[in-house]
Write a protein that binds this ligand. Structure first.
Ligand code: MG
Length: 269
């Protein structure tokens, strides 16, 4: 799940969704983060194997919830600020935060699934964009490039680097390929809370922003559009769509910053 991009100076002037500053996890806490991440990863892997034309997004939600609970975890998104489901399921021009339901997936669609799970008090959060049946070449390229931009961002998430290095890496990769880079919604720190500091934008200036230190856990989650970066929110107050109706893709990992570099906690291949 992404968080809304916002400027904030202190906790006192922040909305109720604000859940504290930057947290540095202990070794034991990182182990819990790894357990949460593994459950999210296994759920995404299961969803990738499950998607086929004729299924509904509600079907995917049920598959995910069963898998999360069977591993002793609880869905992290269910009830979060009133979100009514276990997963976000966003189709085609829907970027993020789609509510799963009766929509039937058809060949040529792209469904973006975003999964969060909590175990032992810690949260994992990750997303993939899944092709339904046969998709056209340009759409496949968008998916490949968005995933690659995530890995560019992860490669920049080195201890001693800064948040701006991550955003600059994602943004330059995406802009070179002509995509719109969503700026209205951003990645985030994660731990006991789904959205902790710092915010992790998919744009930035190298060498600027919060210093990355071992023990920080963050979610990097590029949202790339075939058209412009502009977004709208539907009347359900959740679903974020491209303003121009163009196709969008989203990939996300939770990672831990370690002294040896970034460690992806939500692998799903
Ligand atoms: Mg997220």
């Amino acid at each position: 799940m992404v968080t809304r991009q916002q400027k904030r100076k202190t906790a006192s002037n922040s909305p109720s969704s604000y859940t504290g500053g930057i947290t540095i996890k202990s070794r034991r806490e990182l182990q819990a983060m790894e357990r949460a991440g593994a459950i999210v990863g296994s759920t995404l892997a299961l969803l990738k194997r499950s998607v086929e034309p004729g299924m509904t997004t509600g079907d995917l939600n049920r598959i995910a919830e069963k898998n999360i609970r069977s591993q002793g975890a609880v869905p992290a998104f269910l009830g979060y600020q009133g979100f009514p489901a276990t997963i976000c399921a966003s189709v085609n021009e829907e970027i993020v935060h789609g509510i799963p339901g009766k929509r039937v997936l058809q060949s040529g669609d792209v469904v973006k699934v975003d999964v969060g799970a909590t175990i032992d008090g810690f949260i994992g959060d990750a997303a993939v964009s899944i092709p339904v049946g046969e998709i056209d070449d340009a759409t496949q390229q968008l998916l490949d490039d968005t995933r690659a931009s995530l890995y560019e961002g992860i490669a920049a998430a080195q201890p001693g680097n800064r948040i701006g290095d991550i955003g600059a890496a994602v943004e330059s990769y995406a802009l070179e390929r002509g995509y719109g880079v969503v700026r209205q919604f951003v990645g985030h720190g994660i731990g006991r809370f789904l959205h902790e500091d710092p915010q992790v934008p998919n744009y930035g200036e190298p060498g600027k922003g919060i210093l990355l230190r071992p023990g920080m856990c963050i979610c990097i989650e590029p949202m790339l559009n075939m058209g412009t970066e502009a977004t709208k929110i539907l009347d359900d107050d959740w679903t974020v769509v491209t303003a121009d109706g163009a196709m969008s893709a989203h990939f996300e990992h939770t990672l831990a910053i370690t002294k040896d570099g970034p460690k992806i906690l939500t692998l799903n291949d």
